[in-house]
Design a protein around this ligand. Structure first.
Ligand code: WQD
Length: 339
């Protein structure tokens, strides 16, 4: 049974990926220090998968602790590295904490893959690296633009660290550039758990509809788009999780030319904010309260993925619709405490 370490495995995408790994017979070790989640997610994973993965409560940016964890699992076939701070706005307020945590954890893991090159690594990257792309849909060879936040910079530089490390030490890796992961597992046992006021659109929508927040504020109505609101590529978190299985299998099969390959994870379809609201209302039969608000600094007008490279290289395409995303997100929200 191949063993895989999932860092950030109690987080949003990590937990959904752990479920898919377990259902395919992988042995899964989760490393998560609960910086942005809670331990109850482990029960949700176990309830879906029918088995409870090992959980190590480890701060991966702590070199001694990370080394001790990895020495206990020197037979790892792969590492899927989700653990990172990921709030764009917070990263502007606390850049040093973001660099220390996101680079420290990555470097500690790469010390291991440099010593054990047979252990393959998948790195969570982001469409943020493209900034406002000149051409849509966005291809992986689109120019990486100067990062608009320290968070985005940790993804851009993280990919460079991967490339330099792989070239020098002979390990193999894949960087997956997520567009906008949303939704929840259809079982409603796991889903998105934003701590505090949600910065992202869909968790704010579901919390507002659940009466936990006031009306949704739509940031900007005068963008050069079909209805004046920003366009994003919203992809179901289960589709994102499945892409990690395909990427791992590509790495384990030894396919692929470059030591580090990059793939977009998106649906290839862009949706405006108003279209997301309409999808939520269709999926739930409810009416969402919302109001216009000023543009949010840093927002790009439009971003959606060219999906051809992922389809050809991973043999994967997103399958779930925006309406399914909203129905699953709402079902999950209704399981959460009303307070
Ligand atoms: C989507 C659209 C907002 C909230 C961010 C990160 C990205 C990735 C995904 C980690 C935008 C609008 C939002 C609200 C709104 N995270 N909006 N009212 O900004 O595309 O991407 O999350 O990798 O790196 O940048 O996602 O959900 O915040 O915003 O109108 O209350 O919804 O203006 O147009 P974003 P988002």
């Amino acid at each position: 049974m191949k063993k895989v370490l999932v860092t950030g495995g109690l987080g949003f995408i990590g937990s959904h990926t752990a479920v898919e790994l377990l259902s395919r017979g992988y042995e899964v070790v989760l490393a998560d220090n609960l910086a942005n989640t809670n331990a109850a997610v482990l029960d949700g994973i176990a309830a879906i998968a029918g088995k409870r993965p090992t959980w190590a409560n480890v701060d991966l940016a702590d070199q001694v602790a990370c080394r001790a964890l990895l020495e206990g699992h020197s037979d790892l076939a792969g590492i899927i590295h989700f653990a990172a701070y990921k709030a764009v706005g917070e990263s502007v307020q606390k850049p040093l904490a973001y660099y220390r945590n996101n680079f420290g954890s990555l470097l500690n893991l790469l010390d291991f893959t440099a010593a054990h090159p047979a252990c393959r690594l998948i790195f969570s990257s982001s469409c943020t690296v493209y900034g406002q792309a000149d051409t849509l849909p966005i291809r992986e060879d689109a120019p990486v633009k100067p990062a608009e936040s320290p968070y985005g910079n940790t993804k851009q530089v993280g990919e460079e660290i991967l490339r330099d490390g792989a070239r020098a030490h002979g390990f193999r890796a894949i960087a997956l550039r997520y567009f906008n992961p949303i939704g929840a597992h259809p079982s409603a046992r796991i889903g998105e758990l934003p701590l505090g006021v949600p910065q992202n659109l869909v968790p704010f929508i579901t919390q507002s509809a659940a009466g936990l927040r006031g009306p949704l504020k739509v940031f900007g109505n005068d963008y050069p788009t079909r209805d004046g609101t920003c366009i994003r590529d919203y992809i179901h978190v289960v589709d994102v999780a499945l892409a990690h299985i395909y990427a791992l299998e590509r790495l384990l099969s030894g396919k692929g030319s470059d030591p580090v390959e990059v793939f977009n994870l998106g649906t290839g379809t862009g949706s405006t904010v108003l279209e997301v609201i309409a999808a939520f209302e269709r999926a739930t039969g409810g009416k969402l309260q919302w109001e216009w608000a000023p543009r949010r600094p840093g927002d790009v007008v439009a971003a959606y993925a060219n999906t051809e490279k992922a389809a050809a290289g991973l043999g994967w395409r997103a399958e779930r619709t925006l309406d399914q995303c909203m129905a699953d997100a709402w079902r999950w929200q209704r399981t959460l405490p009303a307070k």
